[in-house]
Design a protein around this ligand. Structure first.
Ligand code: ZN
Ligand code: ZN
Length: 380
């Protein structure tokens, strides 16, 4: 079967720009991707054909040869390599899809593991601790943090190769990243599989390493990351920002950024799930006569009514003044625990009044009926 013209395959004209060629290929690759057309031989053939056309037309040297001599001109270069496996196409062209994740996004995570076989080593995860006040937790907050991480080298676009063009499949392992050696002994035949030394198991080698990243494809940089913290997070709970960790070596997939939340102890409040507890101290007279007092809340001061005869230890509930529930609507409450403040010293007039008060019927120690009965039983 005669080979189709590469420009025709991609549906572009002969003076199409690099970007037009790239876009055309991307469109075809998406359309004929085998994951979208399972067991469809025609689609697979078109997918391979487009990949082959792009391989030539995206490479200046090969394109020039092809333009001059047609298919004959590039037979020696491309033909010797060939694509035997769909996955080889992915490893060759991962750059066009922005490296790490576009295939994952479009075609599911299954592709990822397969592509890792020949792509650069994945980047490591990063962990940061993020301190939050109770006020921030109560409503959620957007925070900017600075961190140092490995990012894709801008000079070589993550390929590790100078000029961004001269990576090639490792000639030793043919892109598999592994080398098999077979040895025979009296016990039989042994197959030993080891990572390829020539490419460090990556399946790709670089002829001229990029000067900026020394062939690694990534550089250390300080970046600002925006973190949207949802309301209601807990001490030591965390969120994972996919792909925000260290960039992978030579365009390998990026790691994740794990943000661990830390709660800063509050001046007034103690958290109990989504409720907050506040210890309120009131005077004896306020407890007996009732009063209206001001209490702090997470959103400023609020008035709180104290009923007459309020007992120490009583919990007053201020509805919806607590923390917003995580992932559901509604708020916790603010619980105000009543404490009676006993004066540490009294002057002589206060002392006299208290003594007088102590003799009054409602201030006698045995004012409690149950207690009276209790003591009666023992003959008091
Ligand atoms: Zn570089
Ligand atoms: Zn190798």
């Amino acid at each position: 079967m005669a080979k189709r013209d590469y420009y025709e395959v991609l549906g572009v004209n002969r003076n199409a720009s690099k970007e037009e060629i790239r876009k055309a290929y991307r469109k075809m690759a998406m359309q004929y991707h085998p994951d979208r057309n399972p067991d469809d031989k025609t689609s697979e053939a078109k997918f391979k054909e487009a990949a082959e056309a792009y391989e030539v037309l995206s490479n200046d040297e090969k394109k020039t040869k092809y333009d001059k001599f047609g298919h004959e001109g590039i037979r020696s270069g491309f033909g010797s390599q060939g694509f035997t496996d769909i996955n080889d196409i992915f490893s060759h062209f991962s750059d066009i899809f922005g490296g790490a994740s576009i295939f994952d996004d479009f075609f599911g995570a299954g592709q990822r593991t397969r592509r890792r076989r020949t792509g650069g080593a994945p980047g490591s995860d990063l962990k940061v601790n993020l301190k939050l006040t109770l006020e921030e937790i109560a409503e959620g907050v957007s925070k900017k943090i600075k961190l140092k991480k490995l990012v894709k080298c801008d000079l070589c676009k993550g390929t590790g190769a100078e000029g961004g063009t001269s990576t090639k499949t490792c000639p030793v392992c043919h892109g598999s990243g592994e080398v098999r050696t077979v040895s025979r002994s009296v016990f039989g035949q042994f197959v030993n599989i080891q990572p390829c030394n020539n490419c460090n198991g990556e399946g790709i080698v670089v002829d001229n390493p990029c000067k900026k990243c020394r062939g690694d494809g990534r550089i250390q940089e300080e970046v600002t990351v925006n973190i949207n913290v949802p309301a209601g997070v807990y001490q030591n709970s965390y969120m994972t920002l996919r792909g925000e960790g260290n960039a992978g070596r030579r365009d390998g997939p990026s790691g994740d950024l794990i943000v661990v939340f830390e709660e800063i102890p509050h001046e007034y409040f103690v958290r109990n799930n989504d409720d907050i507890i506040y210890d309120l101290f009131i005077s004896i007279s306020d407890a007996v006569l009732g009063s209206e007092v001001e209490v702090p809340t997470l959103k400023g001061k609020a008035k709180l009514k104290i009923d007459p005869a309020t007992q120490p230890g009583k919990l007053l509930r201020m509805r919806d003044k607590g923390i917003k529930h995580l992932n559901e609507s509604g708020y916790g409450d603010q619980l105000v625990k009543i404490n009676i403040e006993i004066p540490k010293k009294v002057n002589s007039k206060e002392k006299d009044l208290l003594k007088e008060l102590a003799e009054m019927p409602n201030f006698k120690s045995f004012g409690n009926k149950d207690e009276k009965n209790f003591f009666k039983r023992f003959g008091f």
